[in-house]
Design a protein around this ligand. Structure first.
Ligand SMILES: C[C@](O)(CO)[C@H](O)COP(=O)(O)OP(=O)(O)OC[C@H]1O[C@@H](n2ccc(N)nc2=O)[C@H](O)[C@@H]1O
Ligand SMILES: Nc1ncnc2c1ncn2[C@@H]1O[C@H](COP(=O)(O)OP(=O)(O)OP(=O)(O)O)[C@@H](O)[C@H]1O
Length: 343
């Protein structure tokens, strides 16, 4: 016992090393905007929107661990199948931007190493970067709790909202309606969220991505032009359309796919005809509505009710994947996903 006590310092060091070597693993889900109405441009240059967004059972993985390095506060390694080369590993990565904002807000100063396993395609409108940022904040907050400098939930969410327009949604982590520039979040009621959890969706993305800043800029340009006219959806109409997702007949009498909407398609489909070509082919060959998520280029379709069990899905999904590769080429991405209801 006394021997152990004398060996206290090295033992403590070993325990600390063990603790520092153990990574914390977080899932950073992708999202879909099942409904997205851009309602206008605000005086701060951002656009106001009404959107029904859902987190998915598919996403990136973020590992973080405290290291015993003396110097260098935060490091990031990006790995994974989703074109890791397109993702910056320096200070522009949203994980490192989140870490630096977190350190400033909390005073948490331990050296941390991140490993980001990138699976969500980049520039897809699937919110991968924003979700990684929120996972980094949550992971750091867990580590900071051991040093008694964790942030409370409200402060953490406010910090997230500053990092990107989709971050407030990911901080909520449940199907929700986004308003304002994306920072005002109203989680869906349980019944509406449950209806969304029942089905599978097919998601696909061509090899190219779309810049979110470009898509919003193009909306503003076209709205200002003569042909623009009533380019944006009026806010009251956006609320009415979005509100249909909350009514009780949805999913039964009123199929979910008939409520999907995205007025950013107007600018993105014009520049990237591969997207409307696939949408028309899905309609003609399979009777499916293909909708764009966020600013694209990823698109999604609800799989029909009778194929909502895994076995029956297979044949249709194979045909959809073949169709995507036929029209978008062999490097196109596709997969089946489910909504995470958070229940
Ligand atoms: C299209 C959506 O995915 C819908 O959920 C989001 O609105 C986009 O969110 P995001 O990718 O996190 O966007 P950010 O990286 O914050 O913004 C990129 C750029 O898009 C423009 N932007 C973004 C959000 C918004 N409500 N209005 C805008 O005009 C701004 O020029 C901004 O500089
Ligand atoms: N962790 C990250 N993962 C992906 N992209 C990142 C990350 N950090 C910074 N970026 C930069 O952000 C840009 C857009 O990333 P992201 O894939 O999140 O866009 P998106 O899918 O269009 O997102 P959104 O749906 O929020 O518009 C990329 O081009 C990349 O340079």
């Amino acid at each position: 016992m006394q021997e152990n006590f004398r060996l206290g310092a090295p033992r403590l060091h070993a325990i600390f090393s063990e603790y520092t070597m153990m990574p914390l693993c977080l899932h950073a889900p992708a999202k879909l905007n099942l409904f997205l109405a851009i309602t206008g441009r605000r005086s701060d240059g951002f656009h106001s929107l009404v959107s029904l967004a859902v987190p998915l059972d598919f996403g990136d993985e973020l590992e973080l661990r405290i290291t015993d390095r003396e110097t260098g506060d935060t490091r990031l390694r990006v790995e994974g199948e989703a074109s890791a080369a397109e993702v910056p590993s320096g200070p522009d990565n949203l994980v490192l931007r989140a870490a630096s904002a977190f350190r400033e807000a909390s005073g948490f100063a331990r050296p941390v190493e991140f490993v980001l396993k990138k699976r969500v395609p980049v520039g897809a409108g699937l919110g991968g970067g924003s979700s990684d940022a929120v996972a980094a904040l949550r992971g750091l907050n867990t580590l900071a709790a051991k040093d008694e400098c964790a942030l409370d939930e409200k402060t953490l969410c406010a910090l997230a909202a500053k990092l990107g327009a989709d971050c407030a949604f990911f901080a909520c982590g449940k199907p929700a309606i986004m308003r304002g520039r994306g920072e005002r979040i109203e989680p869906l009621n349980e019944a509406a969220a449950k209806r969304l959890g029942g089905g599978s969706l097919f998601v696909c993305k061509p090899a190219f991505g779309v810049s979110t800043a470009w898509a919003y800029g193009e909306m503003a340009t076209r709205a200002a032009s003569v042909e623009g006219g009533d380019y944006y959806v009026a806010e009251a109409e956006a609320e009415r359309l979005c509100g249909q997702w909350l009514t009780s007949g949805v999913g039964a009498e009123q199929p979910l796919e008939s409520l999907t909407f995205n007025n950013m398609e107007s600018v993105v489909f014009r520049k990237y005809p591969a997207l409307p070509v696939l949408a028309a082919t899905f309609r003609e060959r399979f009777g499916l509505i293909l909708r764009m998520s966020g600013s694209g280029s990823a698109c999604f379709a609800f799989l029909p009710k009778e194929t909502r069990d895994a076995a029956a899905n297979t044949a249709l999904v194979r045909q959809l994947s073949e169709c995507v590769r036929e029209l978008w080429g062999p490097s196109a991405f596709s997969r089946v996903v489910r909504v995470r209801t958070g229940a």
